[in-house]
Design a protein around this ligand. Structure first.
Ligand SMILES: Cc1cc2nc3c(=O)[nH]c(=O)nc-3n(C[C@H](O)[C@H](O)[C@H](O)COP(=O)(O)OP(=O)(O)OC[C@H]3O[C@@H](n4cnc5c(N)ncnc54)[C@H](O)[C@@H]3O)c2cc1C
Length: 323
């Protein structure tokens, strides 16, 4: 293997890309969105800055601890808190750090993206395999590679493979088919004055319709009061096709006690694939080929930021070992 194309510049794709590039492989990352980070996403509404995908990350394994330490040392991540309030206002300090991106969660992804060949704004719709290598069409360009890494959430990854008639070993297909995700509707609300989200700027309501509320100003990433509201999975499913105005009205009403002031502007973002509801027990799904194809991301052997990072790393190591 001399070359690899990675579909997706979320955490798993970026970590896989760095690992392969460090081992001397020529890597190209193709990303549908205009920026890197995937679900580690920081966006603006006017002068407000909002994390509206992943809110923070925790560290459980030694392997991830080592990686997270490099982000902390580079200054792109820092500790936010050791616990949040619940819906009753009770604080839950448990001694375990929750980390944030220093300038928002995307900052970590931007740091990982340095020195990589990443083409943004390119959605991959066409894949071909010709016995020994992959041909990937995105935008007006063709990319050839000896190996392919697919980091899109499993249902989307499987749809891409199937729509191109790529055959998969039955074990790999069954594994991918077993993975499902919860949706999450996010509302970003730019406030007229200080909000009333309790310290340290996040409330784990944990319910439906209201799942999480965070004040990005208290979090330290927005100069002005900017509140992120996440709906629970049931409500998000129920309102998958409701109009943005309706969705934001309903959620702002639910969250009114945390806002405490008027709202200047809102934006709605719909995460069709937010968190894995039924993850797979191994760190990746591998189709040996030739040419090899490997699926990785947060649905494989551990969810969230930590799971996605370790899955991307394990997928790259598998390709290197198999070459
Ligand atoms: C609302 C929400 C809240 C969350 N909260 C937390 C939290 O507090 N803590 C935590 O640890 N985790 C949280 N997570 C989960 C965390 O964000 C993810 O586990 C992690 O970021 C997933 O990384 P990934 O690389 O597996 O996937 P992604 O980040 O989804 O990356 C996949 C990438 O592939 C791209 N892509 C897909 N299809 C194509 C295509 N055809 N062509 C080109 N590009 C394509 C996508 O645009 C995306 O950038 C949250 C997620 C959401 C949505």
């Amino acid at each position: 293997m001399n070359s690899c194309v990675i579909i997706g510049a979320g955490l798993s794709g970026l970590i896989a890309a760095r690992t392969l590039q460090n081992a001397g492989i020529t890597v190209t990352v193709l990303e549908r969105e205009q920026k890197v980070g995937g679900r580690m996403r920081t966006d603006r509404v006017q002068n407000g800055v909002f994390d509206h995908g992943a809110q923070f990350f925790t560290v459980r394994s030694e392997r991830f601890e080592e990686i997270a330490q490099t982000w902390l040392s580079a200054g792109v991540a820092q500790e936010w808190t050791r616990g949040f309030a619940d819906a009753t206002g009770e604080q839950h300090e448990d001694g375990h750090p929750r980390y944030k991106g220093t300038r928002g969660m995307t900052a970590v992804a931007e740091y990982l993206a340095q020195d990589l060949d990443i083409r943004t704004g390119l959605e991959v719709k066409e894949l071909h395999e010709n016995g020994q290598s992959w041909e990937i069409l995105a935008g007006d360009s063709n990319y050839a590679a000896d190996a392919l890494v697919l980091t899109a959430p499993a249902p989307a990854a499987l749809a891409l493979v199937d729509s191109n008639g790529i055959s998969l070993p039955s074990k790999a297909r069954e594994a991918l088919q077993s993975i499902s995700y919860q949706p999450c509707i996010a509302v970003m609300a730019l406030l007229d004055g200080p909000g009333e989200v309790p310290e340290p700027g996040g409330v784990q309501v944990g319910g439906d319709p209201l799942f999480w509320v965070a004040d990005n100003h208290q979090k330290g990433i927005s100069e002005v009061p900017a509140v992120t509201i996440h709906a629970g999975p049931e409500w998000s499913r129920e309102h998958a096709h409701s109009e943005d105005a309706k969705v934001s009205d309903l959620l702002l009403r639910e969250a009114k006690d945390y806002l405490g002031t008027s709202v200047k502007a809102t934006a709605v973002y719909r995460w069709q694939y937010s968190m894995p509801a039924s993850p797979y027990e191994e760190q990746f799904v591998y189709a040996e080929g030739p040419p090899p194809l490997i699926f990785c991301g947060d649905a494989y052997a551990g969810p969230k930021v930590e799971g996605a990072t370790l899955s991307g790393l394990a997928a790259a190591e598998k390709l290197l070992e198999a070459r």
